[in-house]
Design a binder for this molecule. Sequence first.
Ligand code: SF4
Length: 425
Amino acid sequence: MTQGKSIAFHTLGCKLNYSETSTLSRMLEADGFAKKEFEDVADVYVINTCSVTENADKECRQLVRRIQRRAPESMVVITGCYAQLKPKEISEIEGVDLVLGAAEKFNLSRHLQDLTKGSTGKIHACEIEEVDGFNSSYSINDRTRTFLKVQDGCDYNCSFCTIPLARGHSRSDSIGGVLQNVKELASSGTKEIVLTGINLGDFGKGNHGGKKREESFFELIQELDKTEEGIERFRISSIEPNLLTNEIIEFVAGSKKFMPHFHIPLQSGSNDILALMRRRYRRELYTERVAYIKQLIPHCCIGVDVIVGFPGETEEHFKDTFEFLHGLDISYLHVFTYSERDNTLAADMKPVVPIPVRQERNKALRNLSYQKLQYFAAQHTGETRKVLFESAEKNGIMEGYTDNYIKVQTPFREEYVNQLIDWKL
Ligand code: SF4
């Protein structure tokens, strides 16, 4: 079943999932499917799920019910991290016809060939240890800024995280493969590429599951910096503090193409909690990284991921985290409330933090983030910086970002779309 059939996608979760859905959608269109919006009636619906989303199960069920009401005869396919983690549960949801795990996601078209509407969902999900291929992907809806996946999976074992179980071990595209994608994106008019991965700094472990490092993230960014294509900006989506080396910081400081912007997961400002989380650094290393970045690139934007309410996090630990972040020269926080995940070490750790306390801590850090962001933006008021404007228009307003990731809004002007404009802040 391909020619003349229509297909609609829905994505839950992170930028990596979005880039994968975008690539899947292009693959299926190339195979003869007509693409529809998720709210339209389509012959096939694909939901690309996430395991980090708080209510993955609930959201997935709700989406399937919506499809069933709208188009009871349509095929429903569930893929993504949650499909890999809980294939059986998902296959038992009424209305689900096919469940594709991590290894089968990119074989969607082949699986659809012989699929018929049946009473129970078929499962194609192997053990995660066997997942070792790499499929590059990129999002291309808004040509301005594209998320390019260059790495997948993770070899770390943070005690709260299901990603290694959902996506498998660390593997990567080759530098040659990345350069080829960059060329394609440049020819489609993209100006900015955000390098994306699960553990991006671990780039270079080859695309067939070897543990052996063949190339490195530092080599990748050096090669990208030399590209003559029309890409004007690269960003590094997120990099673990222990993998953000001085040579990477020095390189970005001297590069015209790599933007002054780092996103560095911290997760906790307490060394006790970092140890329980099985993170691979102590907070002193984090302080050093931030200080070195700011020494070399004073205008650099630094974003931080942090988790509140991890088991064992006392008031004292939280205060430690708060004070630590308060004193760091960073620009914004992404705050996550800890929630238990099956099959993780942390799920059995005690004492658990009551949910209302987790929520209070989340609120306190979100307030701190707001203050940090205001302060960072105020530091640059009056400067002229280059802004890349995006194509979306909302209530007559368009948005763009400076090199150091300050968001700018202005009345929509067609001639600004996908252009780098000198802008007085
Ligand atoms: S580094 Fe830790 S938190 Fe990040 S994906 Fe790997 S295991 Fe999960």
